[in-house]
Design a protein around this ligand. Structure first.
Ligand code: OOG
Ligand code: NI
Length: 302
């Protein structure tokens, strides 16, 4: 039973990763350079710390709808996070087995936006009168895999996109990109000596031309000092809007996480350290800055 579910989860994660890898040039660039450099022998050697999704917090969509997919596959809902200024809520989900990535899902508090922005969002999602996840057969991996990239609403017009962008860059991102995989995350502490700290790995990334998010500094550090994160900034890519107009907009990015061993396990030999011995979960202050990997202030630096 669990074996079947885990095999299905592998298929779903692959279905998510394939289009992301095709469309986010940094993904291949980084893994190719890691292979060339001898850090890994194959892309599949990379340990994926977590993946992230963005949603619209309205009835039938948002976290309460989206999470059903992963709860079905044995993920457990963990801590909530709240982002005052960005008007976002989020949760993280613990995977059913250590070999799977954690999941971070956020949602926009649509009701906290201006009337105008809410009107635009409702123009697109107004017809969603039932939770779309309830309409899919969650045991059918093809159906679930397709769901992430299947439009649930019409493409926005360029004008609507720009109006949203001016008020909430997150809103504009979701109205265009929907449930597209927002990022995957390379576990830096799993890499060979010489590359297993963020300082070392970031230097490597910059040497191959990856532009890092500088919001709050290139390395974002949790209060306990045990979770450190960096991310690339999303490349601006040409997008076509409903009215046929085109504009360069931000898509997805790649994240890098270094989780330190918890103080109570600090004397364990390195070859005995597994995920449960390291700092788990997320950190609001880090996340707040990582969101900005798709925000113009950062993407205009790439
Ligand atoms: C998610 C940003 C937060 C983390 O690891 O804290 C995050 C997003 O950009 O949607 O990924
Ligand atoms: Ni992340």
């Amino acid at each position: 039973m669990n074996f079947d579910k885990n095999t299905s989860l592998d298929k779903i994660l692959n279905a998510l990763f394939t289009p992301y890898r095709e469309n986010v040039p940094e993904v291949r660039k980084i893994s190719d350079a890691m292979i060339e450099n001898g850090m890994i022998s194959d892309e599949s050697d990379i340990i994926n710390d977590h993946i992230a999704f963005r949603t619209l917090g309205v009835p039938n969509l948002g976290i309460a709808s989206f999470e059903k997919i992963f709860l079905h596959y044995g993920y457990k809902k963990k801590d909530p996070y709240y982002f005052e200024e960005k008007k976002l809520n989020a949760f993280w989900y613990e995977p059913p087995a250590e070999r799977f990535p954690r999941i971070f899902v956020s949602e926009l508090r649509v009701e906290d936006l201006s009337e105008k922005a809410q009107e635009i969002i409702h123009k697109y999602i107004g017809h969603v009168d039932q939770c779309p996840v309830e309409k899919i057969d969650l045991d059918n991996t093809d159906e679930v895999g397709d769901f992430f990239y299947k439009p649930l609403w019409d493409l926005p017009t360029l004008e609507d996109y720009k109006t949203l962008l001016a008020e909430s860059e997150y809103a504009a991102w979701v109205i265009y990109n929907r449930y597209y995989l927002n990022h995957y995350t390379i576990s830096i502490h799993e890499l060979p000596d010489g590359y297993d700290t963020l300082e070392q790995f970031n230097a490597f990334l910059e040497s191959i031309g990856i532009v890092l998010n500088t919001a709050g500094g290139k390395i974002k550090t949790s209060e306990d000092g045990l979770l450190r994160q960096s991310s690339s900034v999303s490349k601006m890519q040409e997008a076509t809007f409903a009215d046929g107009e085109k504009m360069k907009i931000s898509g997805s990015y790649v994240e890098f996480a270094e989780r330190s061993v918890l103080p109570q396990f600090k004397d364990l030999p390195k070859d005995q350290i597994t995920r449960k011995h390291r700092r788990d979960g997320f950190e609001s202050a880090n996340a707040d800055k990582i969101f900005e990997s798709t925000y113009l202030e950062q993407t205009s630096m790439a």
